[in-house]
Design a protein around this ligand. Structure first.
Ligand SMILES: Cc1ncc(C[n+]2csc(CCOP(=O)(O)OP(=O)(O)O)c2C)c(N)n1
Ligand SMILES: [Mg+2]
Length: 559
């Protein structure tokens, strides 16, 4: 690091160290919310941005700031950081930390704190921050600016090494880490910050190849690709081609080629003997839908590759830490063809049913997006119906940029919270620099409404939100609770909010959509924040349409 003049207060020297280490670790995106205690670090970050070393995004709400950084890390695979002041501000990061842990996203949380002597004195904004995130973070340490009041190079080096060990753990452990930074007053720097360019970091290898018996590979297998790592999708496809095993995908993966199967949840619900696999091979984290979970539970033999460390209780008989080498070509042509034919047929049945039921449903919206999203764009999916509908409708039969793999997809796959969706999508938009879209429900949009508030001096993301307004939680209408008394009060939670007016008042460009063609015509490359509020048919009618799809596939496919 550059030498600072001794007149720089310890708080600013600490900020200098922290920000330089962020740069060295390869962090390019930092979000922050305002505060006095984190002031020295905020100012250092802004200075690093001016020097072209990092990009800074200020939000007024810590939860929004956290999900914004998370969205960047999800999209880029690089660690991103969030900075907060002390007190309850810190607790607002927790949902994003949980998501990062379960999704395996490198995420650095920086929290400013008062010096330890203030603990337990009743001083303003002092809470027990040190271990606040418990075992949700893989590393949690505290550094104190007071250690720097003794001006020695070795004190600085020791602190720098400690910071570095925490930051690098985010990438190594693919998850959240926490650095609590106790800063003593004065909190204003007395000289300018100067930063150095980052050092090039070595890429880490996470895969350990292993071999697997050839006898097993000649049997009838079904591959399920899940999780967020695109490498796993490519691997599943390569394996499917080598073994003639059909591949089914879970969002955010998509059917991007022959050998992948349409409408997997509907096909998996069939009790067709000819589609029953001897072996189920999962790649990455799987189990978004009930149908895939049932398959794994009932599958005669389940082999799991690249199981993320959060899964400690799996039905797999064999568990492979990484990906085994793709074996020599096997021939299971008839088996693969049976699945592909069933997929083709189910695709035409689903398309026919969507045509016959012309009232706009969330399924129509997803179908429209799959067919009309522009080339080289990105879409972030909410975890409620949006992700499930993409899983149900995905098909290699659709010829579009989406189905040709020219649209990337992300979602909060860690724990599927409906919180922070707006800000996660904005973070992905800022980092991807692609035309970005996000699909979410009315409740998820209202839950993260504060994220539409972007301070005037901040860069605006280019993103179009497609908000499906079915006046409540439509996903619950698909569950067994849908028939209980008081369903609407406890699960449906209609709000009757005029969403278009709300988004307009927050500065977004808004368009109300009531016809699906209108939606298709509004999927041009976004410029600023736009919201398409799509009026969806009743949640009950939507649930019936889904039921009809499953019943019709069951009736028509009898292999
Ligand atoms: C933070 C959080 N709170 C509650 C839930 C439970 N939950 C799952 S979906 C959902 C309703 C979502 O409604 P909406 O966003 O309108 O989507 P829809 O199902 O109608 O498409 C709720 C409350 C959750 N996943 N995360
Ligand atoms: Mg809804």
């Amino acid at each position: 690091m550059s030498e600072q003049k001794t007149s720089q207060p310890a708080s600013a020297q600490t900020a200098q160290l922290v920000v330089q280490q962020l740069i060295n670790t390869g962090v390019e995106f930092v979000s922050l919310a305002p505060g006095s205690r984190n002031g020295p670090i905020s100012l250092a970050l802004i200075e690093a941005e001016k020097q072209g070393l990092i990009s800074i995004h200020v939000r007024i709400d810590e939860r929004s700031a956290a999900f914004l950084a998370l969205g960047s890390a999800i999209k880029t695979g690089k660690p991103a950081a969030v900075l907060t002041t002390s007190g309850t501000a810190v607790a607002n990061i927790f949902p994003a930390i949980i998501e990062a842990k379960y999704a395996g996203i490198p995420f650095i949380v920086l929290t400013a704190d008062r010096p330890a002597a203030f603990q337990g004195t009743g001083a303003n904004q002092v809470i027990a921050q040190r271990e606040i995130f418990g075992n949700y973070v893989s590393r949690s340490i505290e550094i104190a600016s007071e250690s720097l009041t003794i001006e020695t190079a070795s004190a600085r080096d020791a602190i720098r090494d400690r910071i570095n060990s925490v930051f690098t753990a985010a990438t190594r452990n693919r998850g959240p880490v926490h650095l609590n930074i106790a800063l003593a007053e004065p909190l204003v720097p007395s000289v300018d910050f100067v930063f150095e360019h980052k050092k090039i970091l070595q890429n880490e290898t996470v895969i350990t190849p292993e071999n697997i018996s050839t006898e097993l590979l000649s049997r009838k297998g079904l591959i399920v690709a899940g999780g967020t790592n695109v490498e796993y999708l490519n691997y599943a496809q390569e394996l499917g081609n080598a073994l003639d095993w059909p591949v089914i995908v879970e969002p955010p993966h998509q059917c991007v080629g022959s050998g992948m199967v349409s409408n997997a949840p509907a096909l998996l619900s069939l009790n067709a003997i000819n589609l029953k696999p001897d072996v189920v091979l999962t790649v990455g984290r799987v189990g978004l839908s009930r149908q895939v979970n049932d398959l794994i539970k009932k599958g005669s033999l389940v082999i799991s590759c690249a199981v993320p460390s959060i899964i400690t209780n799996s039905a797999a008989k064999q568990r492979i830490s990484g990906l085994f080498r793709v074996p020599a070509k096997q021939s299971n042509k008839a088996w693969k063809q049976t699945w592909q034919d069933a997929g083709k047929l189910s695709h035409s049945i689903v398309q026919q049913l969507l045509k016959e039921n012309s009232k706009v449903s969330a399924l129509h919206v997803v179908d429209c997006l799959m067919k009309n999203l522009p080339k080289n764009s990105h879409i972030h999916l909410a975890s409620s119906l949006a992700a499930r509908d993409f899983e149900l409708l995905t098909s290699p039969e659709i010829d579009s940029p989406f189905s040709n793999g020219e649209v990337s997809v992300s979602m909060n796959r860690g724990v599927n919270g409906i919180d922070g969706i707006v800000s996660t999508a904005m973070g992905a938009a800022i980092s991807s620099k692609l035309a970005t879209f996000a699909m979410l429900g009315d409740i998820a949009a209202l839950h993260d409404l504060s994220s539409f508030v972007i301070p005037t001096l901040e860069k605006k993301p280019n993103i179009t939100f497609i908000v499906n307004d079915n006046n409540g939680g439509g996903i619950f209408n698909l569950l067994e609770q849908s028939e209980v008394a008081d369903f609407e009060r406890v699960f449906g939670t209609p709000t009757d909010v005029n969403l278009a007016e709300v988004f307009k008042s927050l500065g977004a460009e808004v368009k109300s959509i009531s016809k699906i063609d209108d939606l298709a015509n509004n999927l041009n490359v976004p410029n600023g924040v736009k919201v398409l509020v799509v009026k969806i048919q009743s949640r009950k009618a939507e649930a019936q349409l889904r039921k009809a799809i499953f019943e019709e596939v069951n009736r028509s496919i009898t292999v």
